[in-house]
Design a protein around this ligand. Structure first.
Ligand SMILES: Cc1cc2nc3c(=O)[nH]c(=O)nc-3n(C[C@H](O)[C@H](O)[C@H](O)COP(=O)(O)OP(=O)(O)OC[C@H]3O[C@@H](n4cnc5c(N)ncnc54)[C@H](O)[C@@H]3O)c2cc1C
Length: 427
């Protein structure tokens, strides 16, 4: 296996031409932070790592765009936008390592999709090297272009299977002058949608994040990371974390949500972050809810999307299935409920590998079917990679799957780009 580290689009193109000529598979690699086995490489493949292509090329303040190389980290792009008084919206825990090329190739979601949309919504133009080494320059800086199929949309979320993204133009947003967060205890899970409706009605488009946090995860995070501070004394099964961003009125709007939430008995305890440090503490608790660090046992996972109004129904029905399979299983949910996305894990604590081999396939089949029946997705923002490949194949309609296979055939007839990810290996 070789690792190539090109420094320019032309070098990527040259490398791909050589690989294409010799039928060598290429695995594009950004920050390697994906959670779906997307950058696994077989011994005879070449890893093409984009980290040397990390330049911020231009910030256009008036036009509200930033032009960058694909290997720049999300954090570097966020900082460049902030310096110009603007906001680069994509944001999640891996910001320091994940590259914007990787974020686009996976169409990452993250913490503020409810406010700004997914990474897809931020891309105005892109450049990519195709499977035969040709360079496609789609570096558009304008919003409107109905001159044909919008090819960049195919590259977004393609997980390195249709082309190697080398440069990008992103839309930037006005930087909010004020930002405020609150964390509150839900009186009952049945009030989750009331909490979301209250936040939406009160804050409108100032609502940028609405997260659900489970009590077990909060306790585990506070125990593991002593620097985190317990926000309030009440210990509960479910909390919500809400963020508003915009002008000075956000404080008033958040106070309104806070007091109405108590009055309407949606919240039973909570805290409004009054300082940057307090707000940072709340979001660090949220970012430490990634469960893999706390459980050392077999598990099944989903990155569920269902219609927002049916999230609680999903959580109840998935738990019922888990209890039916084995009453001792630990269900763990955390996520961006404001946009209908929940990261859902079921841990098989105390179960042997042999038991796991029996239990996990049953859980996966039954909960995948539940999500399909609810019109949702089993992988809302993390993508397919190798982790969900067979499960997605089982659930997609024949028509949709056939079109996906044909698209890959069109872009990469010899199947050299990231083979065996998103779609089954050719041949
Ligand atoms: C702590 C943590 C929190 C996370 N939170 C979120 C979250 O909230 N929301 C979310 O959506 N994801 C989240 N992720 C997952 C991950 O950060 C994203 O999938 C990210 O977009 C991957 O970027 P990367 O640069 O690390 O790409 P990699 O992991 O290196 O690659 C991911 C895929 O993109 C392809 N690829 C990478 N660069 C290019 C390129 N230039 N051209 C073409 N293909 C390319 C690769 O071949 C691979 O298929 C999280 C991960 C961690 C570790």
């Amino acid at each position: 296996m070789a690792v190539l580290r090109p420094a320019s689009t032309e070098e990527v193109s040259e490398a791909v031409k050589i690989c294409a000529e010799h039928g060598v598979a290429i695995v594009p690699q950004g920050g390697n932070t994906n959670v779906c086995g997307m950058t696994l490489a077989s011994r005879d493949a070449v890893i093409l790592n984009l980290s040397r292509m990390n330049q911020i090329i231009e910030v256009d303040r008036e036009g509200g765009t930033i032009t960058v190389e694909a290997g720049a980290t999300m954090q570097a792009v966020q900082e460049a936008a902030t310096e110009a008084g603007l906001l680069f919206a994509p944001d999640w825990g891996a910001r320091g390592s994940a590259q914007v090329g990787g974020a686009v190739a996976t169409n990452g979601g993250g913490l503020n999709v409810i406010g700004y949309g997914t990474t897809r919504e931020q891309v105005m133009g892109l450049e990519a090297v195709l499977a035969d080494g040709r360079i496609w320059n789609g570096m558009r800086h304008h919003i409107k272009d109905n001159s044909g199929y919008d090819l960049k949309q195919l590259l977004i979320g393609s997980e390195g299977t249709l082309g190697i993204i080398t440069r990008l133009v992103f839309r930037l947003h006005p930087a909010p002058s004020h930002r405020i967060s609150m964390m509150a205890v839900l009186t009952s899970t049945d009030r989750l949608m009331d909490a979301l409706a209250l936040a939406r009605q009160t804050a409108g488009d100032q609502l940028v994040a609405f997260e659900l946090m489970n009590g077990l995860g909060v306790e585990l995070a506070l125990e593991r990371y002593p620097d985190l501070k317990r926000p309030f004394e009440t210990r509960a099964d479910w909390y919500v974390l809400i963020q508003l961003a915009g002008g000075p009125t956000v404080t008033e709007a958040m106070e309104q949500i806070f007091s109405d939430g108590f009055e309407q008995e949606i919240f039973s305890d909570g805290v409004l972050a009054n300082s940057i440090a307090q707000e940072r503490n709340l979001w660090e608790i949220r970012e430490q809810l990634i469960p893999i660090q706390y459980f050392d046992c077999p598990f099944a996972k989903w990155d569920v999307s269902v219609p927002v109004s049916r999230i609680m129904e999903y959580l109840h029905r998935a738990r019922d299935i888990a209890s039916d399979v084995d009453p001792e299983l630990v269900c763990y949910a955390v996520g961006h409920v404001g946009d209908g996305n929940i990261h859902y894990n079921i841990f098989l604590q105390g179960r042997s590998e042999a038991e796991a081999e029996r239990i996990i396939p049953e859980l996966i089949r039954r909960i995948d079917d539940l999500i399909a029946e609810m019109g949702g997705s089993i992988t809302a923002e993390h993508g397919v990679g190798t982790a969900y490949i067979e499960r997605v194949r089982r659930l997609k309609s024949g028509v949709e799957y056939e079109l996906m296979l044909k698209l890959r055939e069109l872009f990469d007839p010899n199947g050299i780009l990231n083979p065996g990810k998103l779609l089954p290996r050719k041949g």
